[in-house]
Design a protein around this ligand. Structure first.
Ligand SMILES: [Zn+2]
Length: 199
């Protein structure tokens, strides 16, 4: 496997990248416990995008593990999970946006957020929040209780944990190293994520 390119996503910010069908994406949680919101679009039809809900509907599972197929909103396979050294990833929750901090946490000052981060790096493809779906929230630990309540817990990914995905189509991707610091999901600090495209 050769590393074709590396993209470092600074903690609290986002970066975009592209990859071709058959190439592998390795997304690495460098220091551990850092949530990485992940969006992806069909390079040849930017209206078609990665969809967590269509993925878990087909898989009938919320557990991302080797063999799991991540699908688009047209139910077409976009990625196959090849390896996942951390078991906990979230397929349920939307990306944080300005309103998340205002409505849910009462924070009046502007707070960095994933939706704005994605708009910043996807503007060059004419993609904005009107085109976004929910992300796949890599390294985010969400638990459903027996009473169907949703509990957000501190991630348990370790330094160097990664997920390896095989691209099933040409894609434009973006990852935001989520800047949320008002709940326990990212532990005590916001850290960097590394993306490698391999062939
Ligand atoms: Zn976020």
């Amino acid at each position: 496997m050769n590393v074709l390119k590396e993209v470092l996503v600074p903690g609290g910010f986002a970066r975009s990248f592209d990859a071709k069908k058959g190439q592998l994406l390795k997304i690495i949680d460098i220091e551990g416990q850092q949530v990485a919101d992940f969006f992806s679009f069909n390079r040849n039809n930017l209206k078609e995008k990665l969809s967590p809900s269509h993925s878990y509907m087909s898989a009938l599972s919320l557990q991302i593990k080797p063999g799991y197929i991540l699908r688009t909103d047209l139910r077409i396979p976009m990625f196959e999970v090849i390896e996942a050294t951390s078991k906990r990833h979230d397929l349920l929750l939307p990306a944080c946006d300005e309103q998340r901090y205002i409505v849910d946490y009462g924070i009046k000052e502007a707070h960095r957020n994933c939706v704005q981060n994605f708009e910043d790096v996807l503007e060059k493809y004419n993609l904005n929040r009107e085109n976004f779906n929910n992300p796949v929230n890599l390294f985010q630990k969400t638990r459903i209780t027996d009473d169907y309540e949703i509990v957000q817990e501190t991630g348990d990914s370790k330094p160097g944990d990664y997920i390896l995905l095989e691209c099933k189509m040409d894609i434009i991707g973006a990852i935001s190293a989520c800047p949320i610091d008002v709940n326990p999901i990212a532990g005590s600090k916001i850290t960097d994520i590394l993306i490698q495209v391999l062939e």
